[in-house]
Design a protein around this ligand. Structure first.
Ligand code: ADP
Length: 544
C-alpha cells in the first residue's frame, strides 16, 4: 500500500521560490568583479533569475541543454545557479584554473551551447574559443559600462541581455531526478570526469547542510563560501543558504586574506568555508594588523575541507577568532559533503589535547550517507579506528556513474563508490583519511601517511607549508621526502625540522631527507599538487 502524501518533486525552482517568498529581503553581498561592494536580496535575485530564463529560452535553450559558466562567487553566478536548473537546463560550472586543454575538453564534453564568463576570463577564452565545438553564444557577466573590447564572436552583455525581460517565469514541473548541474573532477588521473547532479541530490544535500550537526546553516547565519562556486558547487552553500535564508557574502575575484577579513568584519559573517590554503592567507593577513582582538568578531565556524586541516591550523584559527573549526571531507562525486566533524556530547570533559585528537579527524557521515572501509579484495574491515582500507561511500547525493560513460561501473555490488582515499573508521563513526591511495608511502610492507607527517611538520613555527612524497628506495621500496616552504623571512635547517618531528611521530616514519622550496605547487582547487612535486623530485636520491 502506498502512503497518501503529496508527491511534490524536489526541485531547484522550489528553493528559488521559497527564497523569493519567505527570504525576499535577505541580503546577498558581493565583492564585485568590477570593484566595490554590491548589495542585493534573494527577492531581487529570483526576479533576475526569471529574466535569465526568458533570455535563454529565446536563445533556444531547452530542457536538458547544457550552459557553462566560468565565474567567481558573485550574485550573477548565483542567479545562474538558480535560473538554469529551474528552467530544466544543466549548469556546468567550469574551473578557470584548469589547464587550457582540460578546460576545452570539459566545455566540449559537456555539449555546452552557451558560455557565461566573468570579465577576468575574457582573455583566456579569446585564446581558446575556436576549439569549442558547440558554444554558439558568449555572455560576459557585467554591465554595458564595463563591457570590454573583445575578439570573441557572438558576445552579449549580461545586463543588456536581461534588461527588457519579464521578471516572472513559469518554472516547469520537472522530474526531481532530472539533471541540474555538471561538475568535472580535476582529472589528476586521465581526462576530467563529469559528475551530473540531479535536482533531488542537490536538494537532499542542501537539507543536510542545514542540519545542526552538519554545517547547520540557518536564518541567523551570515555565510561566506570562499570555496569557489566552480569547485563542487561551493560545497552546496548557495542552495543551502537560499533554503535557510542565510545572508550570503560572496568574495568575488578578490582571493586575498585582506578581502576575506574585511568581509567577515564588515558583513558580520558567522560561518565561512574553504580549503586550508585560504585560511593560511587569512591568518597571514590578520598577522599584519598588530594587536587587535579578533575574538569579538561574530564569526563562529570555519569549515575546512578539500585537504586535511592540520592541528596547527585548527588551533590558530580557533585561538585567533574565538571560533570553532569544523573539519569536513568530501569530493566532486559526493556533492561534496560526506562527513563533518562535530564533537559528541560524551567528549565534553575531554582535555584540549584529547579534543584536538578528535577535531583533526575528517568527521562523521551525515544521515543519508553510508561509509565502509574495505581491503583490496573488497572485504569489509573493522570499525575500530585502527584498521585502514579503501573508503567506500553510498547515498542519495553520491554519483552512480560518470557523464557519458555508462559502461564504466564505478560501484561495488552493494552500490558503494570507491573514493580512492584510504581511511580508518572508529566505533563512533569518525572517519580519518590516512591518505589518497596514490599518495600513501609504502615502506617495507608498511604504510606511512603523508597527511599525518604533513600535519605534524606544519606545526614547526618556521614552516608555512609542508608536503611529503615517497621516493624510491633500494631496500624499503619507498621512503618519505619532506618538502618545506618556510615562512617569509625564516630559514629553518633540516636539523630544526627533524628535531621538531622527533618524539611526535613513530621513529620509522622520520623522513629520510628534508628539502626547502620557495613556493608550493597547488592544484586548480588550491590543494598541494603532488604530481608536480613528484616530477620536480623524480631524480632525487637519498644519500645513503
Ligand atoms: P580535486 O581536489 O581533485 O579537484 P575533489 O574536490 O573531488 O577533487 O577532491 C576530493 C579529494 O580531496 C578527496 O578524495 C580527498 O582525497 C581529498 N579531501 C577532501 N577533503 C579532505 C579532508 N578534509 N582531509 C583530507 N583530504 C581531503
Amino acid at each position: 500500500m502506498l502512503g497518501l502524501m503529496q508527491n511534490r518533486q524536489l526541485l531547484i525552482s522550489t528553493v528559488l521560490e521559497h527564497a523569493a517568498h519567505y527570504n525576499h529581503d535577505c541580503e546577498v553581498v558581493t565583492k564585485a568583479v568590477e570593484g566595490g561592494i554590491h548589495r542585493t536580496s534573494y527577492g531581487e535575485i529570483a526576479k533576475r533569475a526569471a529574466k535569465i530564463a526568458h533570455a535563454l529560452t529565446k536563445m533556444d535553450i531547452k530542457i536538458g541543454d547544457c550552459v557553462s559558466s566560468l565565474a567567481w562567487n558573485t550574485y550573477r553566478h548565483l542567479e545562474l545557479y538558480l535560473a538554469v536548473p529551474s528552467m530544466g537546463a544543466i549548469l556546468n560550472t567550469v574551473n578557470p584554473r584548469l589547464f587550457p586543454e582540460q578546460l576545452t575538453y570539459i566545455i566540449n564534453h559537456s555539449d555546452a551551447k552557451i558560455l557565461f564568463l566573468d570579465l577576468t576570463f575574457v582573455p583566456q577564452i579569446e585564446a581558446l574559443y575556436d576549439q569549442f565545438s558547440q558554444v554558439k553564444q558568449f555572455i560576459i557577466m557585467t554591465d554595458a559600462a564595463h563591457m570590454p573590447k573583445t575578439t570573441l564572436p557572438n558576445v552579449l552583455c549580461y545586463e543588456d541581455m536581461i534588461a527588457e525581460e519579464p521578471d516572472h517565469f513559469d518554472w516547469p514541473e520537472l522530474d526531481e531526478n532530472s539533471a541540474a548541474g555538471l561538475c568535472y573532477t580535476s582529472g589528476t588521473t586521465g581526462e576530467p570526469k563529469g559528475v551530473l547532479y540531479s535536482h533531488r541530490s542537490n536538494i537532499l544535500h542542501s537539507y543536510s547542510i542545514c542540519c545542526k550537526d552538519n554545517i547547520g546553516l540557518c536564518g541567523n547565519d551570515v555565510v561566506m563560501p570562499v570555496v569557489p562556486m566552480f569547485h563542487v558547487n561551493a560545497w552546496g552553500t548557495p542552495y543551502a543558504a537560499a533554503m535557510a535564508g542565510s545572508k550570503l557574502v560572496l568574495p568575488g575575484a578578490d582571493m586575498t586574506g585582506e578581502n576575506f577579513y574585511n568581509l567577515i568584519k564588515n558583513e558580520g559573517c558567522t560561518v565561512t568555508l574553504g580549503v586550508p590554503t585560504i585560511w593560511l592567507a587569512l591568518l597571514q593577513y590578520v598577522g599584519t594588523l598588530g594587536e587587535v582582538d579578533l575574538s569579538t568578531l561574530p564569526i563562529e565556524r570555519f569549515v575546512i575541507g578539500g585537504s586535511a586541516a592540520a592541528p596547527s591550523l585548527i588551533e590558530n584559527l580557533e585561538k585567533t577568532f574565538g571560533a570553532s573549526v569544523l573539519h569536513a571531507w568530501g569530493m566532486t562525486e559526493t556533492s561534496p559533503l560526506g562527513t563533518v566533524n562535530r564533537p559528541l556530547r560524551k567528549y565534553g570533559n575531554f582535555s584540549e589535547k584529547e579534543k584536538m585528537a578528535i577535531k583533526v579527524k575528517q568527521g562523521r557521515p551525515q544521515f543519508g550517507v553510508e561509509l565502509k572501509i574495505v581491503d583490496d579484495d573488497g572485504n569489509e574491515l573493522p570499525r575500530d579506528g585502527k584498521a585502514f582500507g579503501r573508503l567506500m561511500i553510498r547515498g542519495p547525493w553520491v554519483a552512480n556513474a560518470y557523464f557519458k560513460q555508462p559502461d564504466l561501473n564505478i560501484l561495488d555490488k552493494e552500490g558503494y563508490f570507491d573514493t580512492g582515499d584510504v581511511s580508518t573508521l572508529d566505533q563512533d563513526g569518525y572517519m580519518t583519511i590516512v591518505d589518497r591511495s596514490k599518495d600513501v608511502i609504502k615502506s617495507g610492507g608498511e604504510w606511512i601517511s603523508s597527511i599525518d607527517l604533513e600535519n605534524v611538520a606544519t606545526g614547526q613555527p618556521d614552516v608555512a607549508e609542508a608536503a611529503v612524497i615517497g621516493i624510491a628506495h633500494p631496500k624499503w621500496q619507498e621512503r618519505p621526502l619532506l618538502i618545506i616552504v618556510p615562512k617569509d623571512g625564516k630559514s629553518p635547517t633540516k636539523e630544526d625540522i627533524l628535531n621538531y618531528l622527533d618524539g611526535k611521530i613513530a621513529k620509522w616514519w622520520t623522513p629520510d631527507d628534508v628539502v626547502f622550496i620557495d613556493k608550493m605547487p597547488h592544484t586548480a582547487t588550491g590543494k598541494t599538487q603532488k604530481r608536480d612535486l613528484r616530477e620536480m623530485f623524480k631524480d632525487f636520491k637519498f644519500k645513503s
